[in-house]
Design a protein around this ligand. Structure first.
Ligand code: GYE
Length: 327
């Protein structure tokens, strides 16, 4: 059975909200009153990596700077907990919710419940299934990177290198998350146009360092001929380097090329050291833009359906120069 917008509404825990939502379906996203200060929620997905910690700090710093109250929750890697977190923010009557939806589909009921309670939602860093919820209607906007383009940039770089290393292992992010889906699509589509390159294995390491290490270890055993690793984030790339070294292999141009996305200080240093070939930045410092967007929305400005963050590309040519600005 295909899950439709209607099914999700009916199955939502917030049945009362859903009833009032029915009459509002397809109307504009809830408004935000103009006030001097706000109480806003930030529903984080997990805190198991430096990217998440940098994002949380950026949101907390911005709230403090403006004197806004921030209701912060950490879903600890569980979409179900994140839905509950959003429902608790609704019960606390926050003015607006910043949501980093862990996965594309399970957070839809939370967005609909907030809409039903007349609380606007701004999506940060991860998106939701666009056939089930729409910007400007169900939530205000999505702020984040273009993940398809991030994957394309890695593949374009690899192909442009013209190296003889063409046998690829891909470490995917969290299953069902928009960055994992899109970083894979962007990369795979470019590689498909170059039949001399081959993705021999592609598996999720859940955006986590140790899971990335374990998955890389297994895949390197199954495919010892692999000589390129493309990881959907820094954490899994760092885990993969540990797996390569444990297998008596080397990360770098002499043996196995490693690529990643995020661009934290630790990985940029590995580019400087020659262990990582290139990293597409995905900047986690969302605070200023997130809060500015909320204010613009309260002022009645037209908010575009997506607000894309510009991303740097770290390479052996610029890594030493740019490391100071990496998170
Ligand atoms: O790449 C990863 C994090 O959603 C863009 O999630 C974000 C990704 C980021 O856990 O490190």
């Amino acid at each position: 059975m295909k899950i439709t917008r209607r099914h999700l509404l009916i199955s939502s825990a917030a049945a009362a909200a859903a009833a009032s939502f029915a009459s509002r379906a397809f109307a504009a996203a809830p408004p935000l009153a103009k006030k001097d200060t706000y109480k806003v929620g930030f529903a984080q997905t997990e805190s198991n990596n430096p990217w998440r910690l940098a994002q949380t700090k950026s949101m907390q710093d911005e709230a403090a700077k403006r004197g806004w109250q921030l209701v912060y929750t950490d879903a600890a890697g569980s979409a179900a907990k994140q839905v509950a977190d959003v429902n608790s923010m609704i019960a606390q009557q926050v003015d607006l919710i910043f949501l980093a939806p862990r996965e594309e589909v399970p957070l839809i009921p939370a967005i609909m419940a907030a809409k039903g309670a007349n609380i606007p939602v701004i999506l940060l860093d991860r998106n939701v299934d666009q056939s089930l919820a729409k910007p400007g209607e169900d939530y205000v906007t999505f702020i984040g990177s273009n993940f398809v383009e991030e994957g394309q940039r890695v593949a374009d770089y690899l192909v442009a290198m013209g190296s003889d290393k063409k046998t690829i292992i891909q470490l995917e992010g969290t299953v069902g998350s928009s960055p994992a889906n899109d970083r894979k699509k962007g990369f795979d589509d470019v590689i498909a146009k170059h039949p001399d390159y081959k993705i021999v294995a592609s598996q999720s390491g859940d955006f986590a360092r140790d899971k990335g290490r374990q998955v890389a270890e297994t895949l390197l055993q199954a495919h010892p001929e692999a000589n390129v690793i493309y990881a959907h984030n820094d954490e899994m790339a760092i885990g993969a380097i540990a797996a390569l070294e444990a297998a008596g292999r080397k990360a770098g141009r002499d043996d196995c090329l490693v690529f990643s996305i995020d661009g934290g200080k630790e990985i940029v240093q590995l580019v400087v050291d020659g262990k990582v070939e290139a990293v597409v930045e995905c900047n986690p410092r969302f605070g200023p833009k997130a809060f500015d967007t909320a204010v613009a929305y309260a002022n009645g400005d037209q908010i575009p359906p997506v607000l894309i963050n510009p991303d740097e590309l770290y390479t052996p040519e610029n890594a030493a120069k740019l490391i100071g600005s990496a998170y």
